[in-house]
Design a protein around this ligand. Structure first.
Ligand code: SF4
Ligand code: SF4
Length: 82
């Protein structure tokens, strides 16, 4: 999963781009729910939030390093009917 650092300027452009609705407004800045972020695996070739962020403040979350296979499993769970 990716994360948003405190360099975020709350420009609002990433939130609507996330195919998993993983991005939300936190107390001060936008945040990413690591349980919903597949790094866009399953939807796009590249992380959409990172592509639009004007200040490049969306690195890999050091506590949530996942393989492509793990990200694909997460994606499949997210799209599975509840
Ligand atoms: Fe959403 Fe993709 Fe960004 Fe993860 S990498 S927060 S899934 S847009
Ligand atoms: Fe923050 Fe970047 Fe998202 Fe803008 S695109 S709200 S600067 S994380």
């Amino acid at each position: 999963a990716l994360m948003i650092t405190d360099e975020c300027i709350n420009c609002d452009v990433c939130e609507p781009e996330c195919p998993n609705d993983a991005i939300y407004m936190g107390i001060e800045i936008y945040e990413i729910n690591p349980n919903k972020c597949t790094e866009c695996v399953g939807h796009f070739d590249a992380p959409q939030c990172r592509q639009v962020c004007p200040v490049d403040c969306i690195p890999l979350h050091p506590d949530h390093v996942e393989s492509r296979e793990q990200l694909l499993v997460k994606y499949q769970k997210l799209i599975a009917p509840k």
